[in-house]
Write a protein that binds this ligand. Structure first.
Ligand code: HEM
Length: 529
C-alpha cells in the first residue's frame, strides 16, 4: 500500500503524499475499515489526477511539434554538440517548425524561429511572456534577480527601467554624454596612432573604450578597478553560459554543489561584489562631503538619493545589481558589435571602401570626426544594421517565461514554459531576406526596416515590454568609434589570410579570438598621438 501511495504521489505534492502515508500508518496499526476505505479513495483520486496531468502535458507536447525526446534528458543531447545553440536550434526548427517544443531535462521549452511567431509572443501576447525564468547562476550574480535584466515582470522592474531611462538612457541624457564619447574615442585613435603602424589588438582596445564611456556616463568616473572588473565579468559570463545541472534539472540542485560550479560562481560574485561595493561607498562618501553645484548627479547618486528618501525601497545590493547590469549590458554589447562590424568590413573590402569614402568625404575639411555631422553617414548606419542582422549579440535574446496558459496561433503554451526567441535565425530567414547569408548593407538603403522593435524580422534589441532600454545609448557608441576608426586609418590583417569569424557563446556572442589588425594612418587625419 505504501508503495502504491508513493508511486501515485510521486508527481503530485508531497503534502498529499504525507496524507496518504498517514492513512497507511493508521491502517497498519489497526484503524477501522472506514479509514481504509478513505485511504483507498484518496489514492485513487491522486492516481486520476496524476494520469490527467500527464495526459494534458503530453497533449501539449503533441500539439507543438518538436524532435523526439529521450527519457529523462528529453532533447538536451541535441544541444550538446560543438555547434553553437542558435545554429543548432535553427537547424532543428527547419525540420520541426518555427514554433518548436523541446524538453530540456525537466524544463519545458518553446523555441520561436520566425518573425510572425515572434510578433505573436512579443506583441500580441507580450504581457503573458514579459517575465524571465529564474536562472540559478543569474540569481547568484544579480543579487537574487534584483537587476533589470533578470527581475520578474512587475512594479519593481518597471520602476528600475523608468529610473535608468530618465537618468541615463533617454535621448536627452545620451546627447549630454557627447563630450565623454568624443574624448574616449579620441583617446582610442591616439593610442592606435602611437603604435607606429604595428598590429593592434582592437578587441581589447574597443572593450576598454566602451567600458570607459559607460562608467563615466553612469557612475561619474572610470572605475579604479576597471581591468579586474572586466575580467571578473568575463569569467561570470563564461560561467553563466556553462552547464548548470540544476538549470535543466531543478530538483537536482545539489549536483551544482558537488560539481563545484556553484562555488566558482559564488567566488566571482564575491570578487565583483568588492568592486561594486567600492563604487557605492565612493558615492556615499562624496554625497556625505556635499557636492559642488557643478557636479553632475549620476545614476548611482540618484539611486542612493532614492534610497535615502525612502521613495522606492532599494537596498545596497539592489543598487549593485543595477550597476552590474549597466556595466555589462552597456559595454560588452556595443564593443562586440563594433568588433563584428570591423570583421565584416575586412571580409568585404568593397563595403569597407564605401563606408570609408563616405566618412572621409563628410569630415574631409575637419580632419577628425565629431558627432555634429554623424547623422550624414547614411551608409555607415546601414553597415551597423547589417552587422546587427548577421551578428545579433544576444542571438537568442533573453529567455522569457509564460505566466499563464496561452494559445499562440493554435498552439497551447502552458504556464511556466520557457520561451526562447531565435533572433539570429529570424535575421537570416530567406522568407524575409534576399541572400540572407551575405553581408550587404545596401539592403537597408531606402528601407524603413529598423531595429526599434516594430519590424519583427529584425529584432537584435528584442521587442515588446522587455525590449532593450539601451538602444539610444548604444547607437552613438557604435557610430562614433566606427566612423573614427574608418576615417583615421586603413586596415588590413597582419598576414595574408582569411579573417577568422569564429563565434564564442557566452551571455553574448562575441568573436572567439581577438580581432588584431594593422592600421595605416590616413594622410588627412589631424590627430597626433
Ligand atoms: C549593441 C548594443 C546592444 C544590443 C544588441 C542589446 C541587445 C539587447 C537584447 C536583445 C535584450 C533582450 C531583449 C528581450 O528580451 O526582448 C537587451 C536587454 C537589455 N539591455 Fe541591451 N543591448 C545593447 C546595448 C545596451 C546598452 C548600451 C544598455 C544600457 C546601458 C543595455 C541595457 C539592457 C538592459 C537593462 C536590458 C534588460 C531589459 C529588460 O529585461 O527589461 N543594452 N539588450
Amino acid at each position: 500500500m505504501l508503495l502504491i501511495s508513493a508511486f501515485f504521489c510521486f508527481r503530485s505534492s508531497s503534502f498529499l503524499f504525507l496524507k496518504a502515508l498517514l492513512f497507511f500508518v493508521l491502517m497498519e496499526f489497526g484503524i477501522p475499515l472506514f479509514h481504509i476505505f478513505i485511504s483507498f479513495l484518496l489514492v485513487l483520486l491522486m492516481a486520476i489526477r496524476s494520469v490527467r496531468k500527464s495526459k494534458a502535458r503530453s497533449l501539449t507536447q503533441r500539439l507543438i511539434p518538436g524532435p523526439r525526446k529521450l527519457p529523462l534528458i528529453g532533447n538536451l543531447h541535441q544541444l550538446a554538440g560543438p555547434t553553437l545553440p542558435h545554429r543548432t536550434l535553427r537547424d532543428l526548427a527547419t525540420k520541426h517548425g518555427t514554433v518548436m517544443h523541446l524538453q530540456l531535462g525537466q524544463v519545458s521549452t518553446v523555441v520561436i524561429s520566425s518573425a510572425e511567431m515572434a510578433e505573436e509572443i512579443m506583441k500580441t501576447h507580450d504581457i503573458v511572456f514579459a517575465s524571465r525564468p529564474s536562472l540559478v547562476a543569474a540569481k547568484i550574480i544579480t543579487y537574487e534577480c534584483t537587476d533589470i535584466v533578470f527581475s520578474p515582470y512587475g512594479k519593481y522592474w518597471r520602476n528600475l527601467r523608468k529610473i535608468c531611462t530618465s537618468e541615463l538612457l533617454s535621448a536627452s541624457r545620451v546627447a549630454s554624454f557627447r563630450s565623454i564619447r568624443e574624448e574616449e574615442v579620441l583617446n582610442l585613435v591616439k593610442t592606435i596612432k602611437s603604435n607606429d603602424g604595428l598590429a593592434v589588438n582592437l578587441s581589447q582596445k574597443v572593450f576598454s573604450m566602451t567600458y570607459g564611456i559607460t562608467a563615466r556616463a553612469a557612475f561619474g568616473k572610470k572605475c579604479k578597478y576597471q581591468d579586474s572588473f572586466i575580467s571578473v565579468v568575463a569569467e561570470q559570463t563564461k560561467l553563466v553560459s556553462g552547464f548548470f545541472v540544476s538549470e535543466f534539472f531543478p530538483s537536482l540542485q545539489f549536483l551544482d554543489v558537488v560539481s563545484g560550479i556553484k562555488y566558482r560562481v559564488e567566488k566571482t560574485r564575491a570578487e565583483a561584489d568588492g568592486i561594486l561595493e567600492s563604487i557605492v561607498n565612493d558615492h556615499k562618501e562624496s554625497r556625505a562631503r556635499g557636492r559642488s553645484k557643478d557636479d553632475r548627479e549620476d545614476l548611482v547618486d540618484l539611486l542612493l538619493r532614492l534610497q535615502e528618501d525612502d521613495e522606492f525601497p532599494l537596498t545596497d545590493n539592489n543598487v549593485k545589481a543595477i550597476i552590474l547590469d549597466i556595466f555589462t549590458a552597456g559595454s560588452e554589447t556595443s564593443a562586440s558589435t563594433v568588433e563584428w562590424a570591423l570583421s565584416e568590413m575586412i571580409k568585404n573590402p568593397r563595403v569597407m571602401a564605401k563606408a570609408q569614402a563616405e566618412v572621409r568625404q563628410v569630415f574631409q575639411g575637419k580632419g577628425n570626426v565629431d558627432e555634429t555631422g554623424i547623422h550624414q553617414l547614411q551608409y555607415l548606419k546601414c553597415v551597423i544594421k547589417e552587422t546587427l542582422r548577421l551578428h545579433p549579440i544576444l542571438p537568442l535574446l533573453l529567455p522569457r517565461e509564460c505566466s499563464k496558459n496561452c494559445e499562440v496561433n493554435g498552439f497551447e503554451i502552458p504556464s511556466k514554459t520557457r520561451v526562447i526567441i531565435n533572433a539570429w535565425a529570424i535575421g537570416r530567414d530567406p522568407n524575409h531576406w534576399a541572400q540572407p547569408e551575405n553581408f550587404e548593407p545596401e539592403r537597408f538603403i531606402n528601407s524603413s526596416v529598423d531595429f526599434l522593435g516594430t519590424n519583427f524580422e529584425f529584432i537584435p534589441f528584442g521587442a515588446g515590454r522587455r525590449i532593450c532600454p539601451g538602444i539610444l545609448f548604444a547607437v552613438p557608441n557604435l557610430e562614433l568609434p566606427l566612423a573614427q576608426l574608418l576615417f583615421h586609418f586603413d586596415w588590413k590583417l597582419p598576414k595574408q589570410e582569411d579573417i577568422d569569424m569564429t563565434e564564442e557563446f557566452g551571455l553574448s556572442v562575441r568573436r572567439k579570438n581577438d580581432l588584431v589588425l594593422v592600421p595605416t594612418p590616413y594622410h588627412a587625419s589631424i590627430i597626433v598621438s
